[in-house]
Write a protein that binds this ligand. Sequence first.
Ligand code: 3H9
Length: 697
Amino acid sequence: MAIVETEKQGEVAVIRMNNPPVNALSHGLRTGLEKAFNEANADAGVKAIVLTGTGKFFSAGADITEFRAEMKEPYLPQVIDRIEASEKPVIAAVNGTALGGGLEVALGCHYRVAAKDVRQLGLPEIKLGIIPGAGGTQRLPRAIGVEKALELITTGAFIDAAKGAAAGLIDKVADGDVVAEAVAFARAQIGKPPRRIGEKKIDKAAVAAGLFEKARAAIARHPSGPLAPKCAIDAVELTLSLPTAEGTKREREIFREAAASPYARALQYAFFSERQAANLPGIGADTKLREVKTVGILGAGTMGTGITIAFLNGGYPVTIVETTQEALDKGVTRIRDTFSANAKRGRITEAQAADRFAKLTPSLNVEDFGKADLIIEAVFENMALKKEIFAKLDKIAKPGAIIATNTSTLDVDEIAAVTKRPQDVLGLHFFSPANIMRLLEIVRAKKTAGDVMATAMAIAKRIGKVGVQAGVCDGFVGNRMLAAYGGEVQAMNLEGAMPQDIDGALETWGMAMGPLAVSDLAGLDVGYRIRKERKLTGEAAQFARVPDKIVEMGRLGQKTGAGYYKYDANRKRQVDPEIEALIRAEAEALQIRQRSIPAEEIVERSLLRLANEGAKILEEGIALRASDIDTMYLNGYGFPAWRGGPMWQADHMGLKKAAERIKAYEARYGARWKIAPLIEKLAAEGGSFAALDAKKK
Ligand code: 3H9
């Protein structure tokens, strides 16, 4: 089938877009559409036009891969203006997802008939650091009202066909064949003047006073960064003063400004990186996945219950096993409470909550895992215990079952080695709270089979996680980098940057939460226990002094009302002079002269320690790509997507400069700043992590 095809059904021309996988509005598709509309408009036998897509997609919008180069004519706004200008009625038969430019095309049509099961209608450009650039900011407010449009455009949220109809975006929801119903709709419009959204006047009186001021005040820490949300609000506001043609022209200029920003490039890099992470070398689309219908989870603590909820949300029946009735009951109650809270907040319906909870089987008998296709061990971090469990699971699990450990630190090879089927064993490292955090580190042990990795990747997608492969080493990818960064944070503490200085600098830069505030949230006792087991020496022991003392003061973080900060009843953090005094005293004992560290240095040292460790991880083959590392940091560590990730940041500083800065810190601080040979090599060659990744494709 050609990229655009026209089929005549009597007096109605049905134009179909066919550009798999998502009907992105590439140059080819735009050219095809322009031609098809010109022909249909010129054909005296055609009295009305229906525009539709193929498969599950009407169109997912502009082809994002084309943003990297200069756009070629016909531009999308031109194509849409021509569609809207048509003298013959044009009806969009929205057969599936219509996003961004795809929805803008539908808004250029005179009417929209949508299939009942369409769930993704929206203008998500903001998530790519841009704004709708083909009239969306001008036509959507005219279609559904300024306030609702502003909300959809600044959040990038999707609505379904029913909500679209209620808002006035969709004229008819089709119960049956959407194209047939759109053709019937078109026939009824023949001879009537077209109804163009672009000609509609905005009812200014219906716009709440102060709407735009309020919107501007609400975007201070927007996930798309500082520019696109502001641009989006400015563009929508134009509808109050300009007619569509002029508003669209201005929208285009604002679109270009946002598109040229580093934030847009970072967000688009994040979009493609996330999808690239699912591609595992040597594992193609032809790899047969293992069938996973039922899941067993061992351990009903915080991790076990979080993981259970994630699988129940993904539609899997789960058997959860604990050793005591009390622990099991506690876990089951937590799961039930989470579903009811989600239902109360309107995130799921009561029926969905009941249905998901009904798929849970609590048990005290590990033998019940005999029927499970996937078993995940989520007990506490202790190698001897995990080995004992895996030896037992080896006897219980059916042949071909996948057996996973949720360890965040332990050697998965060593765990796999106690079984007679190491090829079926891998790490599935969820992040707490496991039902919410998107990252899933999929740890490939030496003997893990390819089909087990591919199956884990597919399962990650089904349960709404971003799966990224990691190899076996202490802390895998994410936590190993975090350890380096955490060490630097402690060093800066001792050097004179107080917790509020460090968290403040990094939060102003864009991190969701500074590292010390995160530690307080997670609980300081976890790290304390790990440090005590490891019997640290040298610099690591120095860096442990402040956090260890804080724990020994009984300050375990938010849960005890105090950690690096004090917390009030609403868990709002406050600077604590007692902690400042403790840090000063420790620095004095270590004979470290304190100074005030500028915010730029705090940010630079944090980022470069992350990237330097990331480069070592990449060179060792523990991570497959630099973009995989960034995907982990964006989805598991609160790194702002509009900043791309630590590896992206090093690339954009320029690896030559990054190498110089790392060496300068090495000269000042010694071995912990030893430069990663990969950075040194790439810097010397004028290379980048991005170029290195591209070679691997
Ligand atoms: C825009 O429209 C600007 C206009 O206002 C103005 C212009 C002037 N382009 O996610 P998936 C690829 S901006 C190119 O795995 P799903 C994707 O990379 C755009 N490629 O599937 C992947 O490739 P691969 C506004 C795209 O079913 C494959 O398609 N639109 C695009 O889980 C499958 O994707 C958006 O922001 C694209 N637009 O989810 C929508 N979209 O297989 C962005 C996808 O090689 N897209 N690809 O890895 C999405 O949100 C999801 O892809 C979607 C499907 C929900 C559509």
